[in-house]
Design a protein around this ligand. Structure first.
Ligand code: FES
Length: 175
């Protein structure tokens, strides 16, 4: 098992290109900027990060720590202390469906309904045996290609209920 320090080190080495590509980090940047990178705005920023990403994985905590110039241990400590923050979904795979306004008006709700109807998977839930977790967020910075969803780390646009259900079913068949 990796120590916290080793996990951060690993996440640090994996960042870079991914951060540049993932528009969700831009949304997070705007939030930090709006809060003038104030360290006392940490909880508010973590809140927004969870809203954008669905949960607070290690590399997100690292990103926030660097930008607020806070020790990593402090950011991790705050995120793990409050029950409202989730550090890791239960599932091996994570499907995040955006329910922000732009995606909603383009039919994101139908995606959620289809997942419930066809797979019996609802927001905040994880399938049996912890295969797939479903999380909803509000705006991941991909409004132009909405409805948007994130499959593990991959942001996908122009999603339909059929596409998302197929993706989740494919994951389920891996077991
Ligand atoms: S509202 Fe879904 S990406 Fe912006």
């Amino acid at each position: 098992m990796l120590t916290l320090k080793a996990e951060f080190k690993k996440a640090n080495s994996q960042r870079g290109k991914k951060f540049q590509k993932d528009k969700r980090f831009k949304v997070l940047d705007i939030t930090m900027k709006r809060n003038q990178y104030r360290q006392d705005a940490l909880i508010e920023i973590l809140h927004k990060a969870q809203e954008i990403f669905g949960y607070l994985e290690t590399e997100i905590l690292l990103y926030i720590a660097r930008n607020l110039k806070l020790p990593l241990s402090r950011v991790y400590g705050v995120a793990s202390f409050y029950h409202l923050f989730s550090l890791k979904p239960k599932g091996d795979h994570v499907c995040v469906v955006c329910l922000g306004t732009a995606c909603y008006v383009k039919g994101a709700n139908a995606i959620i309904e289809a997942l419930g109807k066809e797979i019996n998977l609802h927001p905040g839930e994880t399938t049996a045996n912890n295969q797939v977790s479903l999380i909803t967020t509000r705006c991941i910075g991909a409004c132009g290609i909405g409805p948007a969803a994130v499959f593990d780390d991959k942001v996908s646009g122009k999603q339909t209920p059929e596409l998302v259900v197929k993706n989740v079913k494919d994951w389920l068949q891996e077991y």
